[in-house]
Write a protein that binds this ligand. Structure first.
Ligand code: SF4
Length: 304
């Protein structure tokens, strides 16, 4: 059996930056992280052993003043900064600069158009409802932004009002483009606005704000998947990026299996009716998958 690890898999720069900030700040005393620092349970556990304590919003409201709280790469809504300020909590802001820039763009759009007459605009986010990054983005619009996951949910929009579309950074480019086309097609079908000449409908602005750290990995990942007989995709069960990239691997090589820990390996492999000793096995992962975890999977496989 030949085993290789995809050299393009593993932490993106935003996650690397947040984890480096946590490790460096841990040397200065107790440190809390608001939510899992990364959507990978194994990496969260590693940092917890080093002293990082994961907290939720309820904990944030009861922490003693001067506590130090790290904000992860996904970013936070303005309300989090406000709570921290009220409680005298020190924020260590590890929001990914790409996410920060997107938050600023959405806030600028909201501020510029919130009082538009006669048609108040709709800010739409193509993303996963309830995802930490999406909560941070919605917060820039005073929680007025509409979050949709696919064209099937377009009935939630009013096609007689202006639409400003943005994307969560880890969504797929194809999904975003399909949504843009579906919105355009619905706009062409609505009645013209009152008082406007026939054929004039609400305005539509769209901004492809997908992070190229994720999007550019797809082609490399699919090439890697095709070059192997079996692909083992290692990712966290809560990671949307892992889900997107895993599906891309399956498209390129249907013999792809998803695991979150080396302990799952034997059971998942038993579903394949192959003689492993003659095969090329590739190991890859998401932007939230640590290299050390993929190496453990490789070691486990070699020993099997
Ligand atoms: S995927 Fe992109 S936007 Fe998200 S944390 Fe990584 S570098 Fe930042």
């Amino acid at each position: 059996m030949t085993i290789s690890i995809d050299s393009h898999s593993g932490f993106c720069f935003g996650v690397t930056r947040a984890i480096e900030a946590a490790e460096s700040e841990l040397t200065n005393g107790p440190l809390y992280c608001l939510g899992d620092i990364v959507h990978n349970g194994q990496e969260v556990k590693r940092l917890e052993i080093k002293g990082l304590q994961t907290i939720d919003y309820d904990d944030l409201r009861t922490l003693p003043s001067h506590s130090r709280v790290l904000l992860r790469a996904h970013g936070e809504p303005p309300s989090t900064y406000w709570i921290a300020q009220q409680r005298g909590i020190e924020i260590i802001d590890a929001t990914c600069p790409v996410v920060k820039k997107l938050q600023d763009r959405i806030r600028a759009c909201y501020e510029a158009h919130k009082n538009d007459e006669p048609q108040p605009p709709q800010i739409v986010i193509y993303g996963k409802p309830g995802h930490a990054e999406v909560i941070g983005l919605q917060g820039q619009t005073n929680n007025t932004a509409i979050v949709i996951e696919s064209a099937e949910q377009l009935d939630r929009l009013d096609f007689t009002r202006p639409i400003y579309l943005f994307s969560q950074t880890t969504k797929s480019v194809e999904g975003f483009n399909a949504l843009v086309e579906a919105i355009k097609s619905r706009l062409n079908k609505v009645s013209p606005l009152v008082g406007e000449p026939e054929g004039v409908s609400a305005s539509f602005e769209y901004h492809d704000t997908i992070c190229r750290n994720v999007a550019n990995r797809v082609a490399e990942l699919q090439a890697f998947a095709r070059a192997n007989d079996i692909v083992i995709f290692v990712g966290g069960t809560k990671s949307s990026n892992a889900r997107v990239l895993y599906e891309k691997c399956v498209e390129a090589n249907p013999n792809t299996l998803f695991i979150f820990s080396p302990d799952e390996l034997e059971e998942k492999l038993s579903t394949f009716n192959f003689q492993l000793s003659t095969l090329k096995v590739g190991i890859c992962g998401a932007t939230s998958t640590p290299l050390w975890l993929m190496e453990r999977v490789s070691e486990r496989l070699s020993a099997s």
